[in-house]
Design a protein around this ligand. Structure first.
Ligand code: ZN
Length: 317
């Protein structure tokens, strides 16, 4: 169903980089325990190596069901991204783990979880990055493929939207506009996704929320586990966390983290430029769905056949 990219040999000067041309999985299983932000319940998370071409598979060990980490399985984007199974079972809050897997180039993995939510940990991707680093990565004997965006797509409305455009890099730009008074300005951040840039600039950015919203959510039985230990709390007077912010523009960086995670639901790395304006999980999901349902909007190619000028950081030749 897809057309291979033309192999280019006309760019001899690219740097030896880190984008693997082979699929990768973890070297060994690794686990952690944390709390579900919505249920408030403690749950174990285990990351297990998987065979080539498995992709990311979420598994609820308490129910013995599996759900692929793909856009077609998304059943809700309210507050977080949630996958659903025909049995009615769900796995929520997958996006911060998916962001770490996407950014660090983990293609195949079994994600076992003992309940309906991936633990929120500190509200960022930092713990998941640490777990992947501790386990280490191994290359597998199967070519790695990517989705190359061929034409511009945009979903949303005039006051909130996301877009994907063809790009020679894999840049992410995002604007975060606050719609109520807080003592710092609207934020804008642009970066090119690499394992290094994600670790440095994005992975530690925590989710955030307004305290008055939190009270409403808790009254509805949602966000039972949310606290200043797993989110940045905002109010008209500023940041409520005693430790302050990790980055001065932590909120917009977290919006990018969410987009990196949500775009991973395409099932392969996306080579294209993403821009978001006041968006969230629903628009990110709609963008992936729109892309994947329009075969004229993209091509799939093995990374070793893509001209290095299309790669954000060379190739591993
Ligand atoms: Zn998030």
């Amino acid at each position: 169903m897809y057309k291979e990219m033309t192999i280019s040999s006309s760019t001899p000067s690219f740097q030896a980089g880190k984008m693997s041309v082979l699929q990768r999985t973890l070297n060994k299983p690794i686990s952690c325990i944390g709390m579900g932000v919505h249920s408030g319940e403690r749950v174990q998370l285990r990351l297990l190596p998987a065979l080539p071409n498995t992709g990311i598979i979420f598994k609820r060990v308490d129910l013995d069901i599996s759900i692929p980490g793909l856009w077609a399985g998304v059943i809700s984007t309210q507050l977080c991204t949630t996958l659903g199974h025909a049995s009615g079972a769900k796995i929520a809050t997958i996006e911060h783990l998916m962001a770490a897997l996407n950014a660090l180039g983990v293609d195949n993995l079994i994600v076992e979880v003992g309940g309906a939510e991936i633990p929120v940990m500190d509200g960022s991707s930092e713990v998941f990055v640490d777990l992947i680093d501790q386990a280490g990565l191994q290359e597998q004997n199967a070519p790695r493929r990517a989705i190359i965006v061929k034409r511009s797509l945009r979903v949303g409305s005039a006051d909130r939207w996301v877009s994907l455009e063809p790009s020679v890099d894999r840049s992410f730009a995002f604007s975060c506009i606050f719609d109520r008074p807080i003592p710092f300005p609207d934020q804008h951040f642009t970066f090119i996704l690499t394992p290094e840039s994600f670790r440095e600039d994005i992975s530690k950015a925590r989710t955030f929320g307004f305290m008055e919203d939190l009270a409403l959510l808790k009254a509805k039985g949602l966000a039972q586990g949310a606290s200043l230990s797993n989110a940045v709390g905002l109010s008209a007077s500023g940041v409520l966390n005693p430790e302050g912010l990790r980055y001065k523009d932590e909120c917009v960086r977290h919006k990018i983290l969410d987009a990196v995670g949500d775009l991973a639901l395409a099932g392969l790395p996306i080579l294209g430029a993403f821009t978001g304006y006041r968006s969230g999980h629903e628009l990110n999901y709609q963008l992936v769905k729109t892309l994947m349902e329009d075969v004229s909007a993209y091509e799939i190619a093995s990374i070793d056949s893509i001209s290095p000028i299309h790669l954000p950081f060379g190739s591993a030749h």
